[in-house]
Design a protein around this ligand. Structure first.
Ligand SMILES: Cc1cc2nc3c(=O)[nH]c(=O)nc-3n(C[C@H](O)[C@H](O)[C@H](O)COP(=O)(O)OP(=O)(O)OC[C@H]3O[C@@H](n4cnc5c(N)ncnc54)[C@H](O)[C@@H]3O)c2cc1C
Length: 382
């Protein structure tokens, strides 16, 4: 039985506790799905999650608009990740992909949200390029005004849901100013003429991922989100909401690794007694439990602060993401160690977690970038 004591922390309201319990029951019945074909698996997950109402928190309800509830996003990601990394991925991308529309979209643009919240359309967030990952200001893709339209040319890479998405939120250079101040955000439907999947990318924990090519992709003026030149601010505002949820996913992986390890050391006998009686094993379990709780405190502190109306939670979200992903890596590594040979056996749950966790320290701002962000925030405040 996974530890639920954190649900009594003051960060949560009863509706959060109720959601965590109900979702856990749902996950036990519906997950994991067959991962052999990741495209099919993701489509199935989005359909199922949407059908049963779990995607609703990923975007605002246009009929009853209110802010995104970051605690709900985090609790959902943590719970899904504990059961199935791909389910967490499918959920997370619906939110990241539509975040710009929830936060900055016009009512017309927000019409997409009814579909993504119901699992009837899949979304993607297209910021990174071959020469512009951490260095967003170096973006090369252009969006040129031609009459009432914009024409997008260039490449995006590492785009999650690339190949299965119905809509892409694409960032491109419109040139109002040099660097980050000359970027804008656009809605590009996947069937736009000139948009092609240049390459499908395979990674150690497979999910739909692609490099996209934009060859004079024409979108109408109203596809622009916000104002020309707002792109960087929009991207950073979306990440401000979703960055702590990456920490929550890491937390879910770490909790699962800890649960599997507790089971393993209770069952496995070494030198005539359960492994759990070896003090060095107890030391590992204690370190893992401490890492899990400390990460949870940072993740839910960031989520709570945002939900309480903080305009920006840059420092809190960066700390949550950095710490939770880093510590989850360590917790999972210890779990692999405690499982001995089984820990590296293909198909074992901890082997899967070991592959799942790694990319979280790279995407949505690499760990090193989070350190720069935190340092700037605390030095600036001082
Ligand atoms: C599985 C996966 C899914 C992704 N999904 C998406 C997506 O859906 N949409 C999207 O737009 N992008 C996505 N990305 C891209 C991701 O955001 C980038 O990979 C990330 O920003 C790093 O960029 P890069 O790969 O170009 O590495 P680089 O920018 O070349 O950085 C390489 C390394 O340099 C170090 N570094 C970078 N900056 C600094 C610094 N200031 N100080 C010190 N060290 C530094 C870090 O260790 C970093 O890992 C995804 C990536 C992966 C791996």
């Amino acid at each position: 039985m996974p530890d639920r004591s954190f649900l009594s922390w003051p960060f949560f309201e009863d509706r959060h506790r109720d959601l965590a319990e109900r979702l856990d029951t749902w996950c036990a019945k519906n997950l994991p799905v067959d991962h052999h074909d990741v495209d099919a698996a993701c489509r199935e997950l989005v359909t199922k999650l949407g059908r049963d109402g779990w995607l609703k928190p990923t975007a605002i309800d246009t009929g009853n608009p209110g802010p995104l509830d970051v605690r709900t996003l985090c609790l959902t990601r943590e719970t899904l990740a504990r059961h199935d990394g791909l389910a967490d991925f499918a959920f997370a991308m619906q939110g990241l992909g539509t975040g710009a529309l929830s936060l900055f979209g016009t009512p017309e643009q927000q019409q997409w949200l009814a579909k993504t919240r119901a699992g009837k359309a899949i979304s993607a967030f297209a910021l990174s390029e071959p020469r512009s990952g951490s260095d967003v200001a170096n973006m090369e893709m252009t969006a040129t005004r031609e009459g009432d339209d914009y024409v997008l040319s260039g490449e995006k890479t590492w785009i999650s849901n690339g190949g299965i998405a119905d809509l892409y939120i694409v960032f491109a250079r419109t040139g109002e100013a040099p660097g980050a101040k000359g970027l804008s955000a656009f809605i590009v439907p996947s069937d736009a003429k000139g948009l092609t999947i240049a390459e499908r990318l395979e990674v150690i924990a497979p999910h739909p991922l692609a490099r996209l090519s934009f060859d004079r992709v024409r979108v109408p003026g109203p596809a622009l989100i916000g104002k020309p030149g707002d792109g960087f601010r929009i991207a950073m505002s979306v990440l401000d909401v979703f960055r702590s949820t990456v920490g929550a996913a890491a937390l879910g992986f770490a909790r699962r690794a800890l649960d599997e390890s507790i089971k393993r050391v209770a069952e496995r006998k070494l030198f005539g007694a359960p492994m759990a009686e070896l003090q060095m094993v107890q030391g590992h379990i204690a370190d893992m439990a401490l890492d899990v709780d400390a990460a949870a405190l940072l993740v839910y502190r960031a989520a709570w602060a945002k939900d309480m109306g903080a305009a920006r939670v840059t420092r809190e979200a960066a700390m949550a993401k950095l710490y939770a992903t880093d510590r989850a890596q360590s917790v999972i590594d210890k779990a692999v160690q405690l499982h001995g040979g089984d820990g590296v056996r293909k198909g074992h749950i901890v082997e899967g977690l070991y592959r799942e966790i790694r990319a979280l320290r790279i995407y949505e701002g690499a760990s090193d970038v989070q350190k720069v962000v935190i340092a700037r925030q605390v030095m600036g405040a001082a």
